[in-house]
Design a protein around this ligand. Structure first.
Ligand SMILES: Cc1cc2nc3c(=O)[nH]c(=O)nc-3n(C[C@H](O)[C@H](O)[C@H](O)COP(=O)(O)OP(=O)(O)OC[C@H]3O[C@@H](n4cnc5c(N)ncnc54)[C@H](O)[C@@H]3O)c2cc1C
Length: 339
């Protein structure tokens, strides 16, 4: 009762990274609250699936295993969560800000009249004093996210209704195994008690799954280009440097909007969140919406012809110069010195 729940997304029988990241965060929140962490997995052919989630410090795994639960469709998964939450009364529910989470979260929160904050960038626990009502609430979930076009960072709370629900994008939280041998309870539910036959009205007849064209999220080095790169042709210089460094190429939204680079490489608030060991920002000014997607990089190098570019304030090294001049030199000297 009143525990922290994480809805675990699944592809086939593999739990999605975003869910493992949220379990890691959920464990920390549960520790602060002095409660348990519970995971919900719904799919089909889930024998042994608990071994993927327990190491993240999960105290209880709710398994819903039925042929109609994979691939995901809205109604059966909504019914699973709504009916389970009516029984379990979680205080917090987290899910990925993915295509599935964006569909499922609002359905569940509206059925339970609980409220939901989408795309949180941080989650914390703290009190809130409602001075007008003279009430102090303890241990609320601070659902923190950029608001008003990223110009402010808002802390959203939900004092009265439960569960406090939040979605978080992939890569925003860090995935960390707590204990490979962590012991938790596994509860295999009778799906028919939670999902009606009518919920299976939508049948998936065909699925086309495409592999990602790049591994930006997992790349140890990212060479990212902004509007200052100037053209699609100049972006090829970035790809050349990335090839030498075994890196991936990312981009700012301005570069994507200008057609210099594909949208799936956009980094930032409305793109990907990356945490490489090295981030080389080329012709990127460093607006807050971009920084949101790369500020946890280990080392940041900024290449910019404006020495006062905002990104320089968070960069570990600043190269003051034009992309066209600096990148070819980097390629040349890297090739020379790595022979
Ligand atoms: C709701 C919302 C969501 C957003 N989401 C994102 C997001 O996810 N990701 C994102 O990136 N942005 C996002 N933005 C846009 C963001 O506000 C900025 O507009 C964008 O990040 C700017 O990109 P930029 O730094 O490439 O371009 P600019 O701000 O135009 O900066 C270009 C930089 O290049 C430098 N420069 C110019 N020429 C050269 C040269 N030859 N050599 C070296 N340096 C040069 C300039 O000095 C400048 O610093 C969002 C905005 C909003 C409102």
């Amino acid at each position: 009762m009143n525990n922290v729940f994480v809805y675990c997304e699944i592809e086939g029988t593999t739990i999605a990274d975003v869910s493992l990241e949220l379990l890691t965060k959920g464990r920390k929140l549960a520790n602060q609250l002095g409660c348990q962490l519970e995971a919900v997995v719904a799919g089909s052919g889930l024998e042994g699936v608990e071994s993927q989630v327990l190491p993240y410090g999960v105290d209880k795994v709710h398994v819903f295993d039925a042929p109609g639960l994979f691939p995901y469709t809205s109604l059966p998964h909504s019914s699973v969560l709504i009916n389970l939450f009516k029984e379990e009364k979680p205080q917090i529910c987290l899910m990925g800000a993915t295509v599935i989470g964006r569909d499922l979260g609002p359905r569940v929160s509206s059925a339970l009249t609980s409220g939901l904050t989408a795309d949180c960038t941080s989650l914390e626990i703290g009190p809130h004093e409602d001075k007008r009502a003279g009430i102090t609430y303890e241990n609320l979930l601070y659902q923190i996210r950029p608001a008003f076009g990223g110009n402010i960072v808002a802390t959203i709370i939900n004092p009265e209704h439960r569960p406090q629900m939040a979605t978080v994008r992939e890569g925003v939280m860090k995935k960390e195994i707590l204990d490979a041998n962590y012991k938790g309870e596994v509860v295999k539910h009778d799906v028919a008690k939670y999902v009606s036959d009518a919920d299976y009205v939508v049948k998936v007849i065909d699925r086309h799954v495409e592999k990602a064209k790049h591994n930006l999220k997992g790349a140890p080095i990212v060479v990212a280009g902004g509007y200052g790169v100037g053209s699609k042709e100049n972006f090829n210089l970035l790809f050349e440097l990335a090839k030498e460094l075994h890196a991936e190429v990312g981009a700012s939204r301005a570069a994507v909007d200008a057609g210099f680079c594909d949208h799936d490489r956009q980094i930032g608030q409305t793109g990907l969140t990356v945490r490489p060991k090295l981030y080389i920002a080329c012709g990127i000014s460093g607006q807050i919406q971009h920084i949101a997607g790369m500020q946890d990089a280990g080392i940041i190098i900024s290449i910019n012809n404006d020495e006062n570019a905002p990104i320089n304030t968070i960069a570990d090294y600043v190269i003051n110069g034009s992309v066209e001049e600096v990148i070819p030199k980097m390629i040349k000297y890297y090739k020379q010195n790595s022979k």
